[in-house]
Design a protein around this ligand. Structure first.
Ligand SMILES: C[S@@+](CC[C@H](N)C(=O)[O-])C[C@H]1O[C@@H](n2cnc3c(N)ncnc32)[C@H](O)[C@@H]1O
Length: 235
């Protein structure tokens, strides 16, 4: 496994669609990286930008990019050997609307300018069950408020998870915000799929590595999507 990781890390260094900036200048000196420049410098278009936080092997990032060639996708994870799978797949599929960034979500504001991001996907994020306040749980209201610095007004946040705690915590936290819940289900693969459009269905049928594992164990998959409302008072 160690050898495999080393191979994947080495390979990432040669990929022009993989970015692995050092974190220390960002943490200690407040430096930024590609902030406000993803479209102009990397994607070279003005298409929407969708990011996946904690993307793991990057299944959502790559599959969405394949389905939507006029949208730019950026998968973000602290573990480069994981998203190396997605980075390789993007090359194999000839996709030019995919990139990966290795960093920690805690410092995410250093990478995006105001209104630079159109949508955020949070797929099977680490549940952090002992984090009662939500300062480590990247699906929490604490993090939504961080994301507002670069998410467009009315921008969507998608949360897909096996853990009912994550799903119910997000629904509860939404109740004290002005954000608009668009849809939710505590059992995506139940009758819910029959109630949504074909496009939404195709999107939700994308399965990540962790999702496949939880489905094999018979767990239910939860999903919610809301639109972030900026500048409105809390309810
Ligand atoms: C449970 S895995 C889910 C991966 C993928 N989304 C999936 O569904 O297969 C959580 C992922 O989040 C990443 N992660 C956890 N905390 C993170 C953080 N603070 N910043 C960046 N990535 C993080 C981990 O490296 C891991 O790949």
């Amino acid at each position: 496994m160690a050898k495999d990781k080393l191979k994947r890390w080495a390979e990432n260094k040669h990929f022009s669609h993989v970015f692995e900036p050092p974190l220390l200048p960002i943490i200690r000196e407040g430096k930024t990286f590609m902030k406000g420049e993803w479209r102009a410098k990397f994607f070279q278009n003005d298409h929407p930008l969708v990011i996946e936080l904690g993307c793991g092997k990057g299944e959502y990032t790559v599959e969405l990019a394949k389905k939507n060639p006029h949208i730019n996708y950026l998968g973000i994870d602290v573990k480069g050997h994981r998203f190396n799978h997605g980075a390789r797949k993007a090359i194999a599929l000839g996709l030019s609307n995919v990139a990966f960034l290795r960093t920690r979500v805690e410092f995410i504001e250093a990478f995006f300018d105001q209104d630079e991001v159109d949508e955020i996907w949070l797929t099977f994020s680490d549940p952090q069950p002992k984090d009662y306040i939500g300062h480590r749980r990247i699906t929490s209201i604490f993090y939504w408020n961080k994301y507002q610095h670069f998410l467009k007004n009315n921008g969507r946040i998608h949360i897909k998870h096996d853990n009912p705690m994550i799903y119910h915590a997000a629904l509860e936290e939404l109740e004290v915000t002005p954000h608009i819940l668009e849809t939710n289900s505590d059992d995506v693969y139940g009758s819910y799929l029959q109630t949504i459009s074909q496009q939404e269905r195709d999107t939700l049928l994308i399965r990540t590595f962790y999702e496949s594992r939880w489905l094999e164990e018979g767990k239910k998959i939860h999903y919610l999507r809301f639109r972030y409302q900026k500048g409105l008072p809390k309810i």
